[in-house]
Design a binder for this molecule. Sequence first.
Ligand SMILES: Cc1cc2nc3c(=O)[nH]c(=O)nc-3n(C[C@H](O)[C@H](O)[C@H](O)COP(=O)(O)O)c2cc1C
Length: 380
Amino acid sequence: MSSTFGNYLRVTTFGESHGKAVGAVLDGFPANVPLNDGDIQVQLDRRRPGQSSITTPRNESDILRILSGVENGKTLGTPIALIVENSDQRPNDYSTNALPRPSHADYTYMMKYGAAASSGGGRASARETVGRVAAGAAAEIFLRERFGVEIVAFVSSVGGIDAPVCVWYDINTPPDNSDKNVVNSIDINTINKTGVDQNPVRCPDQQSAKRMEEFIKSVKDDGDSIGGIITCVCRGVPAGWGEPVFQKLEAQLAQAMMSIPAAKGFEIGAGFASAAMRGSEHNDLFIKKPNGLGTQTNRSGGIQGGISNGEPIYFRVAFKPTATIGKEQKTADYQGNETTLKPAGRHDPCVLPRAVPVVESMAALVLADMALAQTARQNC
Ligand SMILES: Cc1cc2nc3c(=O)[nH]c(=O)nc-3n(C[C@H](O)[C@H](O)[C@H](O)COP(=O)(O)O)c2cc1C
């Protein structure tokens, strides 16, 4: 079951990096949701390789085909099969597969399965995330249509260059971004995908984005790679989603995010910073809001007790530097003999810009699953 995720809405992804195709089967998706290839293609285009000089040059157009579950632009309630054919396969780029790539998944896959895809990381490749993004885009549409939920992720840090993100401010003192050309602080209550896509880094603060882009280029010129952080906000989630105790909303989000290749850290709300705060500094005080009770600040990140509280849900995901680099690396073969790994294969110098839609998609799959769980509970 390791390639299947979710309870009420179940996604199964399939396909290897240099095999014939990748994709997903989405089961449990409600009927009569408007859905067509174009809606999903938008998110796949944001994930696809070859988008800019700071992503891998692998040339895949990633054209989606919906094989089942949708008719006349509406879902049927039956399994939705989503497929993308691989066109730019170059298995020979990985003829060094005899050597496990440092900090990639070659060694561990071989130890676990005793077999490995002949090239390019197989299921451990980011190519697997095509299925997640296709399925997640459909889940995002369901959430928007039925509940008005909006999910936006963006790059908030690259190699220690931090964009000014404003997350847990007091609603009485919001950030002043009146000059739209200068974003003093990215406000997670208003940020949207168009703002995020204004530069190839997908950081909505133009000044930070420029510095990040230059840094990624210089790291790439050095034949190296760099990591960073993606921040994600989910707005419009009603109070009551999340299934304590083992399927608390933040626990499901953490699992979903940590299943993304190269993800190395997850933080909800004030997260690790809360460890240094006093209760009087951290507590989100209740106030009256148009739809009922709300909070004045949002250090909890929209979740308390594993259940959404109606405030925006926000979290951060840390990504490591890409394992495949353009430098020679001293390493060992499977027998333990010292050797040198020559640079080979195409790779992303920084996975962050392409990981943005992957984070949004995994968030959508979790929230849609929780929405259906809560609906089932309420209908009993
Ligand atoms: C969008 C995206 C693109 C990626 N591109 C590459 C890449 O070009 N080269 C590489 O070595 N790893 C890349 N990765 C990460 C590897 O797939 C990942 O590091 C590998 O499977 C090992 O898993 P782990 O880092 O989670 O332990 C990418 C990850 C994502 C999310």
